[in-house]
Write a protein that binds this ligand. Structure first.
Ligand code: DX5
Ligand code: ZN
Length: 223
């Protein structure tokens, strides 16, 4: 199991002070910055694109940028995020016509590919892809909005994805996204996640450091 990471999702940050929010999250102990890209097409919401990603990359050059694409089509925008400083680029299999080609495109551009699974998307999409991925993202809400409630079925799915990753043998991260809080992060860790995305739990708390600390304590207690 790789070291456990907590990713701060800037979707719930104060967008008028985005650079300062990213610094605050990193200083408070976030391991990576989760960057949600929505297009009002694949998901019914609209956020930010490569221009903002690049600005944040310049502002915090050492931050690991975990780009979560909720856009269709995917391939057109991949090179733009690569040159904007993305570290991971994760996409949804339903949003691209050629999954293998998209994975290859992300890698060719020097980024780490991830595949995201909506609550009703079967893990079958890992059948011919897992060995070529650096990250598997299990959505524990339907994508599109922050602040939703964790869907309990994600726990079983995380455990199934963990088993597949263990048998593949490569150091592939297992990330969970949606409804992650101090109160449930322990059981999510026990189910097998090693990378935890949290948006509202961090940015809507008064004290980012205390929240991240409490999350880490719950993870350590649970595993
Ligand atoms: C939802 C996004 C998430 C979102 C999670 O589509 O992919 O990254 O920011 O927000 P919380 O942690 O508030 O559920
Ligand atoms: Zn996300």
């Amino acid at each position: 199991m790789p070291p456990r990471w907590i990713a701060a999702s800037i979707l719930s940050a104060d967008f008028a002070r985005l650079g300062a929010e990213v610094h605050a999250a990193l200083e408070a102990g976030a391991d990576l910055i989760h960057f949600d890209v929505m297009d009002n097409h694949y998901v019914p919401n609209l956020t930010v694109g490569p221009v903002v990603c690049e600005a944040l990359h310049r502002h915090a050059p050492s931050a690991i940028l975990d780009v979560h694409l909720m856009v269709r089509p995917v391939d057109r925008i991949v090179p733009d995020f690569a040159s904007a400083g993305a570290t991971y680029i994760t996409f949804h299999p339903e949003a691209t016509d050629h999954i293998d080609r998209t994975i290859e495109l992300i890698r060719e551009h020097g980024c780490r590919p991830g595949l995201a699974f909506n609550p009703a998307t079967p893990l079958d999409f890992l059948d011919y892809t897992l060995e070529r991925l650096d990250l598997v993202l299990i959505m524990s809400v339907n994508p599109g909005f922050g602040g939703q409630r964790f869907i309990p079925g994600a726990l079983e799915k995380l455990a199934a994805a963990r088993r597949r990753i263990e048998s593949a043998g490569n150091p592939i991260r297992l990330e969970v996204d949606g409804g992650v809080k101090v109160e449930n992060i322990g059981e999510i860790a026990r189910a097998g996640a090693d990378t935890f995305v949290a948006g509202s739990a961090i940015f809507e708390s008064g004290d980012y450091r205390a929240t991240l600390h409490a999350m880490r304590r719950e993870i350590e207690r649970a595993v």
